[in-house]
Design a protein around this ligand. Structure first.
Ligand SMILES: Cc1cc2nc3c(=O)[nH]c(=O)nc-3n(C[C@H](O)[C@H](O)[C@H](O)COP(=O)(O)OP(=O)(O)OC[C@H]3O[C@@H](n4cnc5c(N)ncnc54)[C@H](O)[C@@H]3O)c2cc1C
Length: 416
């Protein structure tokens, strides 16, 4: 694996271990499961359990040692995402659990980390992230699942949809509307980690998803579900801040999908060097070289971006609002790049590329999903663009014609 020049010895050692694990364990497992034609659900659990056995649960990597983690930081998390990406094994339960446990990891009390996080790090428990509702997709401020205080409990009513692995999870990390009057200042939401088997929760699997991945994607209904106070993350009204912070981890994780781009690059390179048409390998033709250049440029830029962001988080050198913009930009760039790399690879491999054996179209499907999940790319772009107009103008960068006139300049003008 190519190290980033700024990686510490610890980062490099972890990258070597991860690479060896993927080569010796995950790649053979992927091949075996493919040959056995196992069903997609069995594959993702087997792959996830293999990762946990060897200490490569992304949640473990992010968590402090005292809760069973290995403290490899966001750089370790990104290395893990990139490396697992290259063997194309679906480790959805692990990723879903990171997104589900993210708020506890970031803001949980010691008691919450002990109770909820530690068993998840060991792979004994699992969490789903439950944000989306029938009328609230990208518009997450419009969540309607309602929570009302009753003594030292909260009562939940409403529903969520598109919740990955909901029937198999032990916890649902969710956001509920606890004070609609406070929406104008984003103090209307509260975060809860809710035991999935709580009385009043029902789960239905309604849709069959496109693609070859089974996610047990479900609708979850809440009818008078009683949740103890200890399941609340931070305070009532802090939900928006919790959600936007946790989404940064999620988006950095989604951006790590660019690891699959390396697979596409190698498929396209190998194919172009070996496929002979009109008397020479197609790699000799400039249109193929141009496409390879696009693949390389995208990959290099995407990798540098995600590891730079991981390093910022590890060093704690970020303003979280500014980081939100950066992580949204990285998620857009990496997921869009994966789709573009996939199209170049498919074009280079032409008819063979369209076969199941090459796997290119499976990655393309995944790239399409990643552009929607964790906030649609278009909506994230609007967020970034709008933010650009909130910031002050840097007058130093403007041509004379666009600069405002200074007081001194007016005085000089009057004097002359
Ligand atoms: C396979 C799968 C797994 C998922 N897993 C989970 C999960 O585990 N947990 C969870 O909470 N959610 C999950 N989701 C939901 C996912 O996060 C949402 O689909 C995503 O946030 C987009 O919401 P939406 O589909 O409701 O689209 P909408 O918000 O309805 O958007 C529809 C279209 O309108 C556009 N649009 C919307 N608002 C604006 C605007 N203001 N300006 C311009 N354009 C706009 C969007 O870009 C999009 O093109 C999953 C979805 C899928 C498909």
């Amino acid at each position: 694996m190519d190290y980033m020049p700024w990686w510490s010895e610890k980062n490099r050692k972890f990258a070597d271990e991860m690479e060896a694990f993927v080569d010796s364990e995950l790649v053979p497992l992927a091949m075996k499961l493919e040959e056995e034609n196992k069903d997609p659900m069995a594959i993702q659990w087997q792959a996830s359990k293999k990762c946990i056995e060897h200490g490569f649960h992304p949640l473990m990597v992010l968590t402090e040692e005292k809760y069973g983690g290995s403290e490899q930081g966001y750089t370790g998390y990104t290395i893990l995402n990139e490396e697992t990406g290259r063997c194309l094994l679906n480790i959805n339960p692990l990723l879903t659990s990171v997104f589900g446990a993210g708020p506890v990891l970031l803001f949980g009390t010691d008691a919450q980390k002990e109770e909820f996080l530690a068993p998840m790090v060991k792979g004994e428990k699992w969490a789903s992230i439950a944000v989306t509702e029938p009328d609230a997709g990208n518009d997450v401020a419009g969540l309607q699942l309602h929570a009302e205080k009753d003594g030292d409990e909260w009562i939940l009513n409403g529903w969520k949809r598109f919740i990955t692995l909901a029937p198999l999870s032990d916890y649902l990390m969710l956001y509920a509307n606890t004070d609609p009057q406070m929406k104008h200042i984003h103090r209307h939401l509260t975060a809860f980690i809710v035991p999935r088997r709580s009385k009043g929760i029902t789960i239905e699997k309604i849709n069959r998803l496109a693609g070859r991945v089974e996610m047990a994607n479900s609708v979850v209904r809440f009818r008078d579900v009683r949740v103890p106070e200890k399941c609340m993350i931070l305070e009532p009204g802090d939900g928006w801040m919790v959600m936007t912070s946790a989404l940064n981890i999620e988006r950095l994780g989604l951006a790590g999908v660019i690891g699959q781009g390396r697979v596409l690059q190698e498929i396209a390179r190998a194919y172009a060097k070996r496929r002979v048409q009109f008397g020479m390998p197609i790699s000799h033709y400039q249109n193929i070289q141009l496409r390879m250049a696009e693949i390389k440029m995208r990959l290099e830029t995407a990798r540098a971006t995600i590891y730079y962001l991981a390093d910022l988080l590890d060093k704690g050198e970020v303003d979280m609002f500014e980081f939100g913009v950066k992580s949204a930009a990285a998620k857009i760039y990496c997921t869009q790049s994966l789709a573009e790399i996939g199209q170049h690879a498919a074009y280079i491999c032409a008819g063979d590329g369209y076969t199941h054996e090459f796997g290119i179209y499976g990655i393309l499907e995944n790239a399409m999903l990643m552009q929607v999940a964790g906030g649609s790319n278009d909506v994230l772009k609007i967020f970034i663009g709008r933010n650009e107009f909130i910031k002050d103008i840097d007058e130093r960068l403007l041509p004379r014609a666009l600069r405002g006139v200074t007081k001194e300049e007016i005085e000089n003008l009057n004097e002359s």
